[in-house]
Design a protein around this ligand. Structure first.
Ligand code: PMP
Length: 431
């Protein structure tokens, strides 16, 4: 694969931008090599600056559920641009957006728009602390909730990929209020609650973990967390930045029939523009400024371009709910095909998937937590990643990230992916 221009750009970028990228995992540090610099994207395909085409399983890390440059979103953006790119004043679009979210996600009373998933999670935690008057939170090892100080403890995603044990710059005084339990482990949660009676403001969880690879919740795990929160006045926060509008129209709250106190959103909710949101029960949400005193604000929050992109995408998903079945079928087909390919090659593997989230772990043991995810073979993943990239298949450049399937992915694309997987594994493990 010719990456001449990407290589030149990466060299220039490394002089000008720390690590050459504006978000760490894009730099391919874990897998090595040159990250292709992208020029355009349409449907399930990415095109780089050297003219290579890739079948995309990153999908901008989640937002592009219907594929890139989805026509209705593109048109809506074009129509909005001449009216205004930002007002910093309330708009009808924000009302439509709030109504749309509350229509799709059950048991949600109010929503506040922000500009990223990080902001959404940071706001949710401040709100939970302000509401309960307590400081400690429980999060799970390998889960990622953005890069706010409180969350960079045993975090997943790039923190796991770069194997950063302790993030310099996060004050110990802040980190000590973040208690950590292994994912899927209610006993560990009970132990933390008992060790810190009356001190815990919130439990925050990825309902399907996607930042240590895709790790589904075991039956009863989410329900168990919710029950403990209700019994003890702890705020139950679902981080649906990844799962929201992806694993069901109403996300994990709908799929697992949950009743979270607060839910955070990002990715799909912005249709590819920078958006996040925090929503939840009015009793808690009404503590946010200016209704209450828990302060949170944003110059560009509710930005009209971001709102029209997100609103248009959510409405499409709402009106075409069969898309979710089709996404699941595509993902199942991909998982089945990969199982066959790896099985035939005699490679130990696990392919957990939920809805249109999936990942590949080269291990013989089921992956239910971060320790198990870390025990899988990174070396095999690295080789597989590059063999696939050389064949035009763009996977997340880390085993600690979820693959995303988009609706634009065709049967032929899946067949090409499986063919590439078969060739790749033979190349890596010659018989
Ligand atoms: N929460 C989860 C579950 C995420 O996956 C991410 C991003 N991958 C975030 C929060 C942070 O979102 P952002 O990158 O938009 O700040």
């Amino acid at each position: 694969m010719n990456l001449t221009r990407s290589k030149q750009l990466f060299e220039r970028a490394q002089q000008l931008i720390p690590g050459g990228v504006n978000s760490p995992v894009r730099a391919f540090r874990h897998v090595g090599g040159i990250p292709p610099f992208m020029a355009s994207a349409k449907g399930a395909y990415l095109y780089d600056v050297d003219g290579n085409r890739y079948i995309d399983y990153v999908n901008s890390w989640g937002p592009m559920i219907l594929g890139h440059a989805y026509e209705p979103v593109v048109r809506a953006l074009q129509e909005q641009v001449p009216h205004a790119t930002s007002f910093g004043a309330p708009t009808e679009l924000e009302v439509l957006m709030a109504e749309q979210i509350i229509r799709m996600v059950q048991r949600l009373d109010q929503v506040r728009m922000v500009n990223s998933g990080t902001e959404a999670c940071m706001t949710a935690i401040r709100l939970a602390r302000g509401y309960t008057g307590k400081n400690k939170i429980i999060k799970f090892e390998g889960c990622y909730h953005g890069h706010a100080d409180s969350f960079l403890v045993s975090a997943g995603s790039g923190v796991a990929t770069l194997d950063i044990q302790q993030v310099p710059g996060v004050p110990a005084a802040v980190a000590q209020d973040t208690l950590v339990a292994p994912y899927n482990n209610l006993q560990a949660v009970d132990a933390l609650i008992e060790a810190h009676p009356g001190e815990i403001a919130a439990i925050i969880v990825e309902p399907v973990a996607g930042n240590m690879g895709c790790v589904p919740p075991l039956p009863g795990f989410l329900e168990g967390l919710q029950q403990r929160c209700k019994e003890r006045g702890i705020v139950f926060i679902l981080d649906e930045v990844m799962t929201g509008f992806r694993i069901a129209p109403g996300g994990a709250q709908e799929k697992f029939n949950l009743d979270a106190d607060l839910i955070t959103f990002g990715k799909i909710i912005g249709g590819g523009l920078p958006v996040g949101a925090v929503g939840g029960k009015k009793q808690i949400m009404s503590h946010l400024a200016p209704a209450g005193e828990v302060y949170q604000a944003g110059t560009l929050s509710g930005n009209p371009l971001a709102m029209i992109a997100g609103y248009t995408l959510l409405r499409e998903l709402d009106l075409n709910r069969h898309i979710y079945e089709s996404l699941e079928q595509k993902t199942q087909k991909l998982a089945d095909g990969l199982n066959t390919v790896f099985g035939k090659a005699g490679v130990v593997h696990q392919i957990p998937h939920v809805g249109s989230m999936l990942s590949v772990f080269f291990t013989e043991y089921p992956v239910n937590d971060f320790a198990a995810a870390k025990a899988a073979s990174n070396e095999l993943f690295r080789q597989f990643f590059h063999a696939m990239l050389n064949r035009g298949i763009y996977l997340p450049p880390s085993p600690f990230e979820s693959w995303f399937v988009c609706d634009a992915l065709s049967d032929a694309d899946i067949a090409q992916t499986l063919q590439a997987a078969e060739e790749s594994i033979l190349e890596i493990l010659p018989v």
